[in-house]
Design a protein around this ligand. Structure first.
Ligand SMILES: NC(=O)c1ccc[n+]([C@@H]2O[C@H](COP(=O)([O-])OP(=O)(O)OC[C@H]3O[C@@H](n4cnc5c(N)ncnc54)[C@H](OP(=O)(O)O)[C@@H]3O)[C@@H](O)[C@H]2O)c1
Length: 253
């Protein structure tokens, strides 16, 4: 066990599965008390049980991150259960639009994707930033995507646009919160082999995709989790407003 996050309270939104669950495990491994979050209460409880079994301190909270009222309620639950949040990973999100030509994208898919990523991240920061600024400490990590780093005809544009905007939102928040001792950084991952992607992407396609990466493999939740833990920790004390491409070299900026 690495103790870089000893004594810290962390919340990872969308940690009932996938990348978020990987981040929750890593933050706990590095000593943080972790609030695990998602809408699927059974899945949240499973991750909490895993952290507790490994000797960590964890609580589970639920709520829709597209609702400010639900975010405020879950923030109060975390504060009651573990104390004020020092480390916030605004990870919940995903793509809610099938790939299509721009003119064929349904308006409701556009709105759901912007809401479920950009608006959700904005509302999450809006809920947690005031307390961090008041306490004069805190580290926030947002999650964008390589889809928001450059045009990619294979990626649905609502998703790429929402993720590109999350990067700017992050940098704006970093500029505002820096003078209060709060750091805000963003991770932009390429395709990550979560349990869902392992099931969804056929093995042959995974191998072909790996070939587009200089490091010749797809990413894992652990790859993102290590980067998130670094940005959250004091090892990154003079780093704020960066967009870190965690992509096996597939995106270089
Ligand atoms: N996987 C990739 O290849 C990849 C690449 C780049 C970026 N990303 C980004 O990384 C993040 C995690 O992706 P993932 O692949 O790990 O996703 P995932 O396996 O689909 O898990 C998504 C998580 O977010 C939660 N969530 C989603 N919308 C929510 C909402 N409105 N309210 C509350 N919780 C919500 C889900 O909770 P419940 O299921 O419990 O409801 C779940 O815990 C996302 O922001 C995604 O865009 C993923």
């Amino acid at each position: 066990m690495d103790n870089r996050l000893d004594g810290r309270v962390a919340l990872v939104t969308g940690s009932s599965r996938g990348i978020g669950a990987g981040i929750a495990v890593e933050l706990a491994r590095q000593g943080a008390a972790v609030a695990v979050h998602g809408r699927d209460r059974g899945a949240v409880d499973d991750v909490v049980a895993t952290l507790a079994r490994d000797g960590g301190t964890a609580v589970g909270v639920s709520g829709d991150v597209t609702s400010f009222a639900e975010l405020e309620a879950l923030r109060r639950q975390v504060e009651e259960g573990l104390g004020p949040v020092d480390v916030l990973v605004a990870n919940a999100g995903g793509n809610f639009t099938p790939p299509a030509q721009l003119e064929d994208i349904p308006e409701d898919c556009w709105r759901a994707t912007i809401d479920g990523n950009l608006t959700a991240t904005f509302l999450t920061l809006k809920s947690f930033l005031p307390g961090m600024k008041e306490r004069g400490r805190g580290s926030i990590v947002t999650i964008a995507s390589s889809a928001g780093r450059r045009p990619d005809a294979r990626a649905p544009i609502p998703y790429g646009a929402a993720k590109a905007a999350i990067a700017l939102l992050t940098q704006d928040a970093a500029a505002q919160a820096g003078p209060f001792g709060v750091r805000v950084n963003c991770i932009a991952p390429e395709t990550i082999l979560t349990e869902r992607n392992r099931a969804r992407i056929p093995g042959e396609q995974q191998a072909a995709m790996a070939g587009y990466h200089p490091l010749r493999r797809l990413g894992t939740p652990e790859d993102v989790a290590k980067a998130a833990a670094f940005l959250a920790s004091d090892d990154a004390a003079w780093i704020t407003g960066v967009v870190l491409d965690v992509t096996g070299g597939a995106v270089m900026m």
